[in-house]
Design a protein around this ligand. Sequence first.
Ligand code: FAD
Length: 413
Amino acid sequence: MAQHSSTPYPLVIVGSGPAGVSAARAYVDAGGPGPVLMLTSDVDHPYERPPLSKELLRGTAEPEPTVLDELPGAVELRRGVTVTRADLGARTLWAAEEPIRFERLILALGARPVPLPDVEAGAEVHLLRSFADARRLVTSAGHARSAVVVGSGFIGCEAAASLALRGVGTTLVTPDEVPQQERLGREAGERIAQWLVGAGVELRTGVRVSGVRAPRTVHLDDGATLAPDLILAAVGVEPGGGWLADSELTVHEGRIVADEHLQAAPGVWVAGDVARAHHAVAGRPVPVEHWGDALSMGEVAGHNAAHTEVGAPDGAGQASAQAHEATAEADTLRAWETVPGFWSTIGEHTLKHCAWGDGHEQARMVERTGGFTVWYTDAEDRVVGVLTYNADEFYERGRELVAAGTPWAEVRG
Ligand SMILES: Cc1cc2nc3c(=O)[nH]c(=O)nc-3n(C[C@H](O)[C@H](O)[C@H](O)COP(=O)(O)OP(=O)(O)OC[C@H]3O[C@@H](n4cnc5c(N)ncnc54)[C@H](O)[C@@H]3O)c2cc1C
């Protein structure tokens, strides 16, 4: 199925995460012309990331990738290939100096973990994003009696609980007073802290890592030193679009700016963690880093790419983007309008969160037997988010209330 190098692929997708895979499926389902080429730095066949910090690290699932989905037959997958350069006017990408020409392009580049600052050369600090990372981490965990996890975001909390539950003495280090206070509020953060302690995690809050010395000595800014068998840094991610900053695309803090149809330039769409897309319902750009949203954005991007006619670049590959202006019938295009949300499992506890993700003014926890709901409102007291634990009906309702921007007074009444 491989194309001759001078023949452009009707669609090239960069990235084999949920955004790339669902884009491929939606494009083929919508009758987009093939063949489709998917390029990915990942060495494994597309797989699910969520189990990597949960069942897989805990040791309750085999250390094998959970296959994400079969790709449609029209899709040629090239693994272990990193795209390093793009000339969008000439509709050409370069991977290891090989030019790859395209008519349409979907960028689903995801994000990568931010490393800890001040790590001495030779120090062993794990990061967790890919299955290959998880395989190394699980191997280390198999020999470890103690671990330090740095960072109390969802991946840090999930991984710390999983390590502790598999019997590794685990310390979680975070500058926050309680995990995720800023994002979820104090009360929800306190619940997470209780769950972590219940799983056997030692919490060291209000401290920062000031440096890591080889092979595995962690220095904290309160003067303490820890010397675990394993260190995992989970201090956030950097979206993968930074290398496109000099291209025709607009890139904001590593994310590629796109409209509500997820189009970033003529013939170019983006989806998933790398996107800074205008949300049709929110009416503003909404960056997200969630599995389900990457799937739904991929669907929108793939569908819209299939419904857009594009001219092929000229033989010399020198034509401008304007010369290839993509045309689409507006009524066939889809807008991105799902309210962002995700689930996280910390030990035995599954939280469901749905929110615009750009902060809240007030968080109100409503308890029920064995569960709770936290409602988040903005400065005008409208619902902008909901967090549920064993309260699924409020998660579903919350999504509707967030979408509608319902005033809190109506919810309470
Ligand atoms: C351990 C872990 C657990 C998680 N758990 C949850 C969870 O429970 N719930 C939830 O909602 N979210 C969770 N997430 C987040 C979720 O996995 C991401 O939001 C999601 O994977 C984003 O999908 P994506 O397709 O945008 O990017 P990714 O899944 O990151 O995929 C990006 C792809 O692009 C490729 N790529 C990047 N740059 C290039 C390049 N230059 N050339 C070629 N290929 C390139 C990468 O190799 C990769 O294949 C978790 C993440 C991790 C790491």
